[in-house]
Structures are given as structure tokens and as C-alpha cells.
Design a protein. Structure first.
Lengths: 224, 224
DNA sequence: CCTGAATTTAGCGTATAAGAAACTTAATTT
DNA sequence: AAATTAAGTTTCTTATACGCTAAATTCAGG
């Protein structure tokens, strides 16, 4: 294991001598002064954001390389893991439009996010802005009936047992049309983080959030 | 689809506002002064290497995020497409163990594959070899009760309303334990092709296939 | 040892980053 | 309405980045 050392300086000197470049050459490549480069290499000074970009561009390396951060990246594999959510269990997030019950949350690196939801909104006005997010969405109607509104299609009525698959970057909204609020099972092919972000409006306000439960985690039930 | 950010300031404000953090909170998280953060967000100043590292660490984001380099965006886009499967509709594939009803098959490039299934097998002997395939699998029990057998866990009993998420490369088998065969909604994060292949033995024979409906497409019902 | 050229480092001035505190705005409370 | 609280911005001061220039180091061939 080569000591993936802390500093920018070490990296810079490393790449420079590897390529048999002089400070002057690097200076010409990047537009940074020779003296600056020297000081950086000797860890006598840091660099600002702009210069970092400039340096990376000049050297023709990805900006990431400048930071010793090795990609611990992406083992999407769960490696034989399993998680069970019993009926009613999960992480509850409530908004004016939906009660969300995020399922199987003990597994963090899921490539799909399963959610049970109860739909409260009954009109598109009440619902507000369409929801958009990355990835795709599959929804199965567990109970009741709903109307699916999307940007590019006419509204569609879905009853218990029906299901729909669509591109979730297309704005969408579910409205209850049955007497009691419809219950759906929704599976999204994106990260939970992205999903929760999509609840946040452009202005930064959580749209229709019932309680401002600032990162408050609550494990609860929708229907025991 | 998240907004393409132009600079560091935009990114910082974006993530801060999305998480409902105040400048003070971010200051405490990162150790940077409130005034500094304010100026950065308003693009009135840049940041040095050290501060960038500090900022990223405090926010708990990868340093890469701070630079405009967007990840490759590997999700195959459906570009605003939508498909609905009514109750009972789908592409039926029957084996000795399951009746599979592949849903929303008009969309071909799905990143998830939703399937309604009826479980016939009641003993592990009857079931035969475990099923393995790529990706992850989420299953929600719609009706009845089942026993999920997997390679690395003790069998688990799941009743209507329960659900399970697991690494599908781990061998698995569902057995009905309720009086009438259990019905499940299963969503897999792999391609339909891969899935159907996993039904095929190493010799190329489809194991336990009831009818050799060689690429015969049949739109039918499981339970009208 | 020189001598000189190439390369790197150090000194210094200006520009800018960074933090503390004062100030502005907006929302609540008394 | 005044007072309080909270968020964010601006001001001011110190510290640091950064480039110019010069000094120091390394390294040829004599």
C-alpha cells in the first residue's frame, strides 16, 4: 500500500518527476508561477479553488486526482445481505400529499428504494408542483384507487392491482380518488438521498412537509 | 434530474438549503466561519485546498461533488415514457414453482423488472435448486404467506404486507405456506433478459417450465 | 576547483482568503 | 409597536496566496 499521502504537494511533485517535467514546464502548462508551484510542492502553501481547477486542467488530470481521495467507490453488491420489513414497519416521512414509509432501511446501498405510501391529495391544486427525480419509478396499487398525473400523458386511473412504470424525471403526482386514501407500493431506481432531495423545492422549502422534523428519524407505522 | 451547478457557491447553497441547514450549522459542521460561507455562496470568494477538504469532510460529501464534474449518469433514460399494466395483464411465464406475470413489458429498457408471481412449491425438495441472478430483489407479499429460503440465512416467514430486500446473487426460493398459494410482487434490479436466463439451467434447458412456450408471447391473466 | 546554465527556492509586495464582530432583515414574542 | 431572536450580509483586520524578482542550489563541461 503506497502511502496515499495527505498533501497536494506530494501528488504534484510525484506526477511532475514521473513525467520528467521541470517547474517551468508545468508553469507553462498551467499558467501558475514557478515559485508558486515550488511552494506547493514543498507544502509551504495551499491553492485556491480557481488555481486547483487551472492546475488540473493544465496537467490534463481529473480534478479528483488532486485530492488523495481514492475511490472506495461503489460496491453496489450487498454481498449476501437481506433485510425484512414487517407490515407497518419502516421509516416514516410525512408530507401534506403523502405518508411515506421507507422500507428495508437497514440496507443502505440499495439500487432500488421501496416505499409504501398513503395518498392524501385529491386535487392537483392541492398537490402543488409535480414531483421530479432521477431514475425510474414503479408503482403497484395495494388498496383504493388513484389518478396518476404526469407531464406528458393524460391522467390515468389506477385501481387496486394495477401498476405503472415510468421515467421519474417526468413530473408526476398521485391523487386519491377512492373513498379512503389509496395505498401504493412504490419502488424507485435511485438513491434514497436523491429521493428525499426531490421533496425539496427549488426555493429550499420542503413542500408540504407536515412537521419540520429536521433530520429527525422516526420509526413508526402507517397502519398497524 | 438535478440542476447543473455552475460553481462552488451554487453547489454549497444548494446542498445547504436542501438539507435545511443554516450557515451557522454548516459552520459548526465544517469549522469554517459563517462569513466565509456566506461569501462563498455568493461567489464573492473562493476557497483554498485545505478549506475545501474541510468543507467536504464536514458536509459528508465526496470532494468531487464540490467540483462541477457530474457523475456519468448511467441511468438509461426512458425520456418521459410510461406504461400501465391493469390487474391481471402482463406477460405470463409458468414454471413448476411459479406463475410469473411480467409487468409493464412494453417498456424495454427498464432498470427494474416488476413481476407478479404465484407460488406453487411448498417444500424445498419440490422447489429444487435455488435461484440466483444478478442485481437485487425486493418482494412484497400481496396475499397469503410464504417462507423465504436463502443460502446465508435461516428461512423467514413473510405474511401479507411484509416485504424483503436482498442480494439476488444469493440463492433464494419462495415457498407457499398459506392455504391458497401466496401471491407476491417482486421487483428485480436487473434486466428481463438476465432474469429469464436465470430460469435456464447451465445446459440451456429451461428448468421446470410447464409449457415450452418458446418465445411465445402470451398476454393473459393470473387471477381475473 | 571553477564557470555558467538550468532548475529550484526564498524574499517581498499586492491581492485575496478567512475569521470576528458589527450590521441588516425578517420573523416572533412581549 | 418595541423587544427578542434568528438568519444572513457587510465591514474590518489578520493571515495567506500568488507572482515578480532575486538568491540559492544543482549539474554540466572545462
Amino acid at each position: 500500500m503506497t502511502d496515499q499521502k495527505t498533501g497536494l504537494g506530494d501528488f504534484l511533485r510525484d506526477i511532475r518527476v514521473r513525467n520528467h517535467w521541470t517547474l517551468l514546464e508545468v508553469s507553462e502548462m498551467t499558467g501558475l508561477a514557478v515559485s508558486t508551484l515550488s511552494k506547493v510542492e514543498n507544502n509551504q502553501m495551499s491553492l485556491t479553488y480557481d488555481r486547483l481547477v487551472q492546475l488540473a486542467a493544465g496537467l490534463g488530470v481529473d480534478i479528483v486526482e488532486l485530492f488523495g481521495t481514492r475511490p472506495v467507490e461503489s460496491t453496489p453488491s450487498l454481498l449476501g445481505r437481506r433485510a425484512i420489513s414487517r407490515q407497518g414497519e419502516g421509516r416514516l416521512i410525512q408530507t401534506g400529499n403523502y405518508d411515506y414509509l421507507y422500507l428495508c432501511t437497514e440496507i443502505s446501498k440499495k439500487s432500488m428504494v421501496p416505499i409504501l405510501a398513503v395518498l392524501h391529495a385529491r386535487t392537483i391544486e392541492e398537490f402543488g408542483e409535480f414531483v421530479h427525480h432521477d431514475g425510474q419509478e414503479y408503482t403497484y396499487v395495494v388498496e383504493g384507487a388513484l389518478e396518476l398525473h404526469t407531464e406528458h400523458y393524460e391522467p390515468a386511473m389506477l385501481k387496486a392491482g394495477d401498476s405503472v412504470y415510468f421515467d421519474a424525471s417526468m413530473g408526476h403526482a398521485y391523487l386519491s380518488v377512492s373513498e379512503s386514501p389509496a395505498r401504493i407500493l412504490c419502488v424507485c431506481s435511485t438513491s434514497e438521498k436523491e429521493l428525499i432531495n426531490s421533496l425539496v423545492g427549488a426555493d429550499g422549502e420542503i413542500s408540504n412537509l407536515k412537521k419540520k422534523s429536521k433530520s429527525r428519524r422516526k420509526t413508526s407505522t402507517i397502519r398497524k
